[in-house]
Ligand binder design. Structure first.
Ligand code: HEC
Ligand code: HEC
Ligand code: HEC
Ligand code: HEC
Ligand code: HEC
Ligand code: HEC
Ligand code: HEC
Ligand code: HEC
Length: 446
């Protein structure tokens, strides 16, 4: 009888899951503005999030630059000799970049910058249009360090310093658009893809599916997706479709989820793995911790939170809010972590927590005993690479860093201790001290 009930409820459950994808099949994208009239407070909050703001159309009347666009910048990377780019205000309200050929400096090519990308505290990049495709200029402005740094210089310059046009495969349409536009459609044209989209950034429908049917009859159930109501993994993939790295299925044509055989976008609610695959070797080994941005979903699947069915949006408000990183509760005072873990005796008061952390309880001041300072380590090796928190929530042991250091001193992921104890990341003796300190305080098993 019990078994029977289970299978009946499973059946019922799977019908529930199927409903959205069946009825949404006819729906089309309408754009976030259409949602505003009935969901105005959500709309207002979302409007100010990075999800909505990351790309901007650039002109001198719509000036989204975070840096003074003037003068000359010098770039050097890999085997390419130093190259020069001139930044100028062009005619007709545009900003221009003149790329100078380093082999024959009498040659230069002028591009109008049409969109900016980012610029909300970390970095800004710049897009130009060549033919049907957008490309990202070979430099970025790092806000943390106030520096111009090269960005994929090799896409624009040959090794002898002469200029080239970037390959179509490197276009925004083929390597970025799937994660940065809403309602994207691609049409194959020659070697590349022409794109159409409904919204330049992450609109409501990127997380809720196309909304035309819901807008027509909002009270009818099943016409719009609520990620919370999807099966656990499918709900997590609503965020995972972008907060990850990989290539399209089956041919790896795009660097975002897509069925590149039938030219079909990933629809919410279907397994992401039918549209997206990890490609070892490009972004690091899938077992390693993230070293560059947007790998949170890959990390997350290795965490205890995944097995406990915690969702990204248990900790992050999808529509934005006052806390840093759109957190549901503040992190610096442990409120976020203790909202769940505080029920466990081990973490029920500062004394108990001290026993766990072996440090004084001062999360708000020195950061000691702040859960995230050991469990959400910033794994990017440098400020230039970004500022990304490991999302597997595990402790990165000093021994891991030491072993990496011994293999290649330039490729070491910071560990749970040497973000504060910086002397344990200086040299081999330092790393060894960190290992000793850790092993004297904490268990070395597993
Ligand atoms: C004409 C008013 C109206 C418009 C326009 C509208 N909605 Fe809704 N929406 C509603 C109402 C009413 C409900 C609650 C329905 C219910 O109680 O079942 C709702 C519910 C929802 C839900 C929750 C569904 C669930 O199963 O929990 C989501 C998500 C949602 N809307 C998203 C959107 C998005 C995205 C847009 C724009 C594409 C949009 N809505 C436009 C009226 C509207
Ligand atoms: C980054 C993804 C994302 C974007 C963008 C997004 N939502 Fe949501 N939305 C979610 C998630 C996840 C939930 C479930 C939240 C929960 O249950 O904690 C949700 C829940 C909702 C709900 C139902 C529950 C509630 O909070 O009232 C409505 C209505 C809704 N969203 C409307 C919108 C509208 C309108 C927009 C655009 C202005 C929008 N969403 C943009 C992810 C998103
Ligand atoms: C369409 C792709 C896409 C989807 C879907 C998406 N994100 Fe994002 N998310 C981004 C991009 C792009 C940024 C960074 C924008 C920037 O920095 O300019 C971002 C930024 C963030 C940030 C950082 C905000 C800050 O203030 O620093 C958080 C947190 C986040 N996303 C959580 C989520 C969660 C949770 C979900 C699922 C409910 C989700 N995202 C779904 C693309 C996406
Ligand atoms: C698989 C999805 C995906 C692809 C493909 C992708 N991005 Fe992103 N991008 C994201 C997400 C998610 C974030 C937010 C990063 C975070 O906080 O971890 C982001 C952040 C950014 C930022 C940082 C914005 C800021 O404020 O610092 C820039 C710039 C950016 N992306 C540009 C690009 C460009 C250019 C490409 C193509 C060459 C690209 N992205 C391809 C998902 C993607
Ligand atoms: C248990 C809580 C929790 C869960 C679950 C969680 N995060 Fe986070 N996330 C955090 C905290 C804490 C930070 C760091 C905030 C800070 O210091 O700015 C963070 C930061 C981020 C950032 C900003 C960039 C960075 O790395 O600092 C993004 C983007 C993000 N999370 C995305 C996600 C996504 C996508 C998921 C699901 C795959 C997820 N998070 C699940 C707690 C969580
Ligand atoms: C929404 C509730 C919730 C929040 C918020 C939350 N956790 Fe958890 N966490 C859980 C559950 C449930 C488990 C699995 C059961 C357990 O180990 O307690 C878990 C497990 C863990 C584990 C053990 C993982 C493993 O691999 O065994 C660590 C470490 C952890 N959480 C750290 C954190 C940190 C750090 C924060 C704050 C940034 C946090 N959690 C916030 C619910 C939460
Ligand atoms: C000084 C560093 C440090 C701080 C701060 C810290 N932890 Fe831990 N935590 C550890 C270590 C070390 C382990 C053992 C990890 C292992 O075996 O991989 C651990 C393990 C865990 C585990 C899994 C095993 C267990 O003991 O249940 C959970 C859950 C956990 N911590 C939660 C938290 C919470 C919640 C906070 C904040 C109140 C916190 N931790 C603060 C170092 C720390
Ligand atoms: C948020 C910063 C921070 C983190 C992360 C941190 N510590 Fe500490 N640690 C401190 C401070 C500050 C002290 C001084 C005593 C105090 O306030 O508790 C200290 C003291 C110590 C001491 C005793 C004095 C000394 O320097 O020898 C040891 C041993 C130690 N930490 C080991 C570790 C280990 C092992 C880890 C990683 C699991 C770690 N700490 C992570 C900040 C940190």
């Amino acid at each position: 009888m019990k078994k029977f009930l289970v299978s009946i409820s499973l059946l019922f459950f799977s019908i529930l899951i199927l409903i959205p994808s069946l009825t949404l099949a006819q729906a089309t994208y309408v754009g976030s503005k259409k949602c505003m009239s009935c969901h105005s407070s959500i709309y207002e909050a979302w409007k100010d999030t990075l999800h909505n703001k990351s790309q901007q159309i650039l002109s001198r009347t719509n000036d989204s630059l975070v840096v003074n666009w003037k003068g000359m910048i010098k770039l050097k990377a890999g085997n390419i000799p130093e190259v020069i780019v001139k930044l100028e205000e062009g005619p007709g309200q545009v900003y221009q970049a003149k790329l100078v050929d380093a082999k024959d400096p009498s040659k230069e090519v002028t591009y109008n910058v049409v969109r900016t990308y980012g610029g909300w505290g970390w970095k800004q990049r710049y897009q130009v249009k060549i033919g049907n495709h957008h490309y990202i200029l070979p430099f970025q402005w790092n806000q943390a360090t106030s520096r111009w740094v090269p960005y994929n210089l090799q896409n624009w310059y040959n090794e002898d310093g002469s200029l080239k046009q970037p390959a179509v495969g490197k276009s925004f349409e083929m390597s970025c658009a799937g994660c940065h536009n809403t309602g994207l459609e691609l049409k194959k044209v020659g070697q590349g893809y022409e794109s159409k989209y409904v919204e330049l950034n992450t609109g409501c429908e990127k997380c809720h599916g196309p909304g035309s049917e819901h807008v027509k009859s909002p009270k009818t159930k099943g016409k719009i997706i609520n990620p919370r109501k999807l099966q656990y993994e499918r709900g997590l993939e609503v965020c995972g479709q972008c907060h990850t790295r990989g290539v399209s299925v089956p041919n790896g044509t795009f660097e975002y989820p897509w069925n590149d055989k039938d030219n079909k976008p990933y629809p919410l609610g279907e397994p992401l793995s039918n549209y997206y695959q990890f490609k070892p070797g490009i972004w690091g080994d899938p077992q390693a911790h993230s070293k560059s941005h947007h790998q949170q979903w890959l990390d997350f699947q290795k965490s205890g939170h995944f097995y406990a069915r915690v969702l990204c949006f248990d900790c992050h408000t999808p529509h934005g809010g006052p806390s840093r990183s759109q957190l549901t509760k503040a992190d610096h005072n442990n409120n976020l972590c203790l909202s769940c873990h505080g029920k466990d005796k081990k973490f029920s008061n500062p004394w108990a927590i001290r026993i766990h952390t072996k440090h004084n309880y001062a999360p708000e001041t020195r950061g000691t005993s702040r859960c995230s300072s050991c469990h959400l380590v910033k794994t990017a090796a440098s400020a230039e690479a970004g500022d990304i928190h490991n999302h597997d929530f595990g402790i990165i042991r000093p021994r891991v860093s030491l072993e990496m250091f011994e293999k290649d001193p330039k490729n070491v992921v910071p560990n749970s201790c040497n973000g504060c104890h910086i002397e344990w990341g200086k040299d081999k003796a330092g790393y060894e001290k960190g290992v000793k300190a850790f092993e004297s305080l904490f268990s070395t098993k597993n």
